[in-house]
Design a binder for this molecule. Structure first.
Ligand SMILES: Cc1cc2nc3c(=O)[nH]c(=O)nc-3n(C[C@H](O)[C@H](O)[C@H](O)COP(=O)(O)O)c2cc1C
Length: 252
């Protein structure tokens, strides 16, 4: 029997939301493989169907996510590939995701780029995915189900370049307000790069930190945030440059 596996890396949880929306269209039971936490080898069978969702970081798949995703192997396993971005640029992220999956013996049958609220610049793509996005994502899922029933692999060419653009680390500081922090250490557990020490969660190792936002998203006290001059200087210009609505795109 087919089983759906939801594979995602989703620090601020919008990519997870998109993957869940797609999965809800299937009648088969589903399982989660959350790459924020899962960092082991895993092999999928030919009757599994994987829905793989990755956020776009600097026009690429986040480095940590890429490493973890590369440990998952298919057996001609059908896959739906989705990159979810903050209304700025997809650049080479979807090509990269499809390449990783195909290299690891997944049979990609459909792919998409979707838009969600920007996890760093919170004035961009507010409220997305919205009802219009959700309707399109559901239609995509239904078309993917039909394609799985009828057979056939991905035929469309995906926009993007090889070699992929260089991955650029953002220079922003992730800080912790020590007056708000209650030492629950949720941030320490969630950080995929282990950049937050448990004896002092304010002392982030910015060389290890990928600025993924998982610590900001999980903090129950809202103690963590992007701060610093570079962030403050970039925010208004970035938000006005990326204000125009972009639409999701689907490939079969
Ligand atoms: C480090 C970092 C880099 C990002 N780079 C891009 C980008 O190149 N293009 C874009 O449109 N959005 C970019 N974003 C925004 C995310 O792709 C977007 O908010 C996505 O929905 C986050 O997914 P998540 O909620 O699953 O974490 C970036 C976010 C982070 C944290």
């Amino acid at each position: 029997m087919n089983k759906i596996i939801k594979v995602f890396f989703s620090p601020s949880e919008t990519t997870k939301k998109v993957v869940n929306l797609i999965a809800e269209n299937f009648k088969e039971e589903n399982e989660i493989c959350d790459l924020l936490y899962f960092n082991n080898e895993k092999e999928f069978t030919s009757d599994n169907i994987v829905i793989v969702g990755m956020p776009v970081f600097a026009g690429r798949i986040p480095e940590t996510a890429r490493e973890r995703l590369s440990k998952l192997k298919g057996n001609n396993t059908k896959a739906i590939a989705v990159v979810n971005y903050g209304n700025a640029q997809v650049a080479d992220a979807l090509v990269e995701l499809v390449d990783i999956l195909q290299e690891n013996n997944f049979d990609v049958i459909a792919a998409a780029s979707t838009i969600s609220h920007h996890s760093i610049f919170d004035g961009v793509a507010i409220g997305r995915p919205d009802d219009e996005d959700i309707a399109k994502i559901n239609e995509f899922a239904q078309n993917a189900i039909e394609k799985i029933e009828n057979g056939g692999s991905l035929e469309s060419s995906i926009p993007g370049n090889r070699p992929y653009i260089d991955y650029k680390q953002l220079p922003f500081i992730v800080s912790c307000d020590v007056n708000k922090c209650v030492f629950c250490l949720e941030c320490v557990s969630v950080c995929p790069e282990k950049a937050i020490p448990d004896d002092d969660p304010a002392d982030v190792d910015l060389d290890l930190c990928s600025r993924c936002t998982s610590c900001i998203n999980i903090c129950p006290e809202n103690a963590r945030a992007f701060t610093g001059e570079a962030f403050k200087a970039k925010k208004p210009a970035f938000e006005s440059a990326n204000a125009e609505r972009k639409e999701p795109e689907f490939y079969f």
